[in-house]
Design a protein around this ligand. Structure first.
Ligand SMILES: [Zn+2]
Length: 211
């Protein structure tokens, strides 16, 4: 029970976040690998190399400020066939930000991403937390809110690649959304784990898709 609370979103939180996607349809053996917080020059190109080598498409929840700083990395993500989502412009904390200011920061990120017609914009709140008022307004504006059901803890220094792989083995189910971080903090630990995770899941018969 303790571990489930640590690595998965508990049932009460799933209820709290109704209207928010935290796992895909369980009918097919699809998994969704996601990366938060990029793009950054130290890590993103190495993720893209691994994904290309393994022929996997993923979803990147990007910080607008990083997209504005590194537009070439953003273009590389897009031309590689990955999907992108909005992770606010300044990676702000919803619970410390007024709803109008929060919405403005999200829209600012959208402008930098150049979200056009087609699929509704994906949004993942930084830290997985927002106020209900923020959630309601984002849903009304057509955002598709996405959390996760498998958290690798790649930002945590005490988590080895072996432990992270073990979390994935224990908790991934058909439809699971797995979170990694495209950040300096997670960098090497995440990059050492990612190929192992892909190989393991593929051997289990999983198919990788974008959200
Ligand atoms: Zn984040």
């Amino acid at each position: 029970m303790f571990k489930r609370l640590l690595y998965q979103i508990p049932a009460w939180l799933q209820w709290f976040y109704r209207g928010v996607m935290w796992r895909g349809e369980a009918a097919t053996p699809i998994v969704y690998i996601t990366f938060d917080d990029g793009p950054i020059p130290e890590v993103t190109p190495r993720i893209l190399d691994i994904l290309r080598e393994k022929n996997v498409h993923a979803t990147f929840f990007l910080v607008g400020d990083n997209v504005a700083k590194y537009p070439h990395l953003y273009q590389r993500i897009l031309t590689s066939g990955h999907r992108v989502g909005n992770h606010t412009f300044h990676h702000i904390k919803g619970w410390r930000t007024g709803t109008d200011a929060y919405l403005a920061d999200v829209e600012h990120c959208n402008k930098v991403l150049g979200y056009g017609a087609g699929k509704p914009p994906l949004f993942r709140p930084p830290y997985g937390r927002i106020r209900t008022s923020q959630k309601v307004r984002l849903l009304r504006r057509g955002y598709k809110l996405v959390l996760w059901d498998v958290l690798t803890h790649d930002y945590n220094k005490s988590y080895t690649p072996e432990l992270m792989l073990d979390i994935v083995k224990r908790y991934t189910r058909p439809g699971s959304i797995i979170v990694f971080h495209d950040s300096l903090k997670s960098g090497d630990r995440m990059l050492a784990t990612l190929p192992k995770v892909i190989d393991y899941l593929r051997a289990q018969g999983y198919i990788f898709d974008t959200l």
